[in-house]
Design a protein around this ligand. Structure first.
Ligand code: EPU
Length: 342
């Protein structure tokens, strides 16, 4: 395993922003992961793991530690219950979109709503990626990771992972686990879920009230193409903030002022509100560009950066959005994108 020095990190993130890593290596096996962690301990430096870099903001000063690019590959499809279920285990460095594509081609239900999301398998449980009425935790059976506090590999069950909206154990115990593989449970005779408004509208327009698995995947790809920026033109990490989850009382108060504010009840009775709507209709910042950074013209929750933008510009711009939301609604919003600070 080769360890490089002063490797530019901008090329490894979809924002295409940020300075160099003091040390950088790519890992292709669990042995490589172990070796990389031992190196960082000898040098007494922090670690940053990157997969596809699609949800990451690297600072202009770079990362003053070891950046480990997870390139562990491999996929195994194990039929269970007379072929009714398939447990698919994928290496953390496998491409997420390819996994979804292959599972749909095999006629397996469970990941189709998560089509066209950039990134790698290893990030899926950390972020608990979600879209179009599902999140990946529903399909996850277990996660294999190096527990750096014990320096041993562990297999964590779905419950161990403590999943929530864009949340998991891996975010709370930051730096403790390095994901090496994920096992998903997929179904041969599943049912598609088209309750999400955009999907429902798409199929109503097409006059298709019982779409097949492949139709749902295609619909998600088409909708995303219309709503999300082209990653080759813009630097972006998708949604920059999480949708805020607020109390039912606070929601009622906002609904009095903004009757059309979309809100969705969470299992605990609180309400998840659409920040994209607030940024667009309340703060009026959809499509606003300041210098090299702005919000996407078709989706205000997405921050976009022109080539040459700096992390400082992104941070200054995102602070402006945070203040505007706080002033107008009283809600303190949180970043969805991870910041690499060291
Ligand atoms: N909306 C507006 N104006 C905007 C943006 C949104 O009015 O500029 C309204 C929409 O019309 C809709 C509501 O706000 O009524 C929600 O918008 P949308 O369906 O686009 O979803 P979102 O809540 O903004 C979330 C995820 C996305 C995911 C979509 C689709 C988060 C932080 N983001 O966005 O995930 O693709 O749902 O399911 O939960 C990502 O994480 O990077 C990401 C793109």
């Amino acid at each position: 395993m080769k360890i490089k020095e002063q490797e530019s990190l901008a090329q490894y993130t979809t924002f295409r922003i940020g300075g160099p890593a003091k040390f950088f290596c790519a890992v292709k096996s669990e042995d490589d992961v172990m070796e990389a962690v031992k190196f960082s301990r000898e040098k007494k430096i922090p670690i940053l793991i990157i997969g596809g870099g699609s949800n990451l903001l690297i600072l202009d000063s770079g990362f003053n530690g070891l950046v480990i690019k997870n390139e562990i590959e491999g996929k195994r499809w194990d039929e269970e219950n007379d072929g009714q279920t398939v447990a698919v285990t994928a290496g953390a460095g496998e491409d997420w979109e390819k996994l979804v594509e292959e599972s749909v081609e095999r006629g397996l239900y469970g990941l189709e709503g998560l089509s066209s999301i950039p990134g790698k398998v290893g990030a899926s449980p950390i972020q608990n990626i979600g879209a179009y009425g599902m999140d990946v935790s529903r399909a996850i059976r277990s996660v294999r990771a190096l527990d750096t506090s014990k320096m041993e590999f562990v297999d964590l069950s779905k419950d161990d992972c403590k999943f929530g909206y864009r949340d998991s154990l891996f975010k709370h115990e930051k730096g403790r686990y390095i994901v090496t593989a994920v096992t998903y449970e997929l179904y041969k005779n599943g049912k598609v879920n088209i309750e999400y408004k955009d999907l429902k509208d798409h199929f109503t327009k097409k006059g298709n009230d019982s779409p097949a698995l492949k139709d749902v995947r295609q619909a998600v790809i088409d909708i995303r193409k219309k709503k999300l920026p082209d990653w080759t033109t813009w630097g972006t990490a998708g949604s920059f903030f999480k949708n805020p989850v607020i109390s039912a009382d606070k929601f009622r108060e906002l609904k009095d002022r903004y009757p059309e504010l979309p809100g969705f009840a969470e299992p605990d009775g609180r309400i998840k509100v659409s920040l994209g709507w607030i940024l667009d209709k309340v703060c009026d910042v959809r499509g606003l560009i300041i210098g090299n950074v702005g919000t996407y013209e078709k989706q205000a929750l997405i921050v976009v950066a022109k080539p040459g933008a700096t992390a400082k510009e992104v941070i200054d711009f995102s602070n402006k959005l945070m203040h505007c939301v706080k002033d107008k609604t009283g809600i303190q919003i949180e970043c969805e994108v991870e910041w690499a600070v060291a």
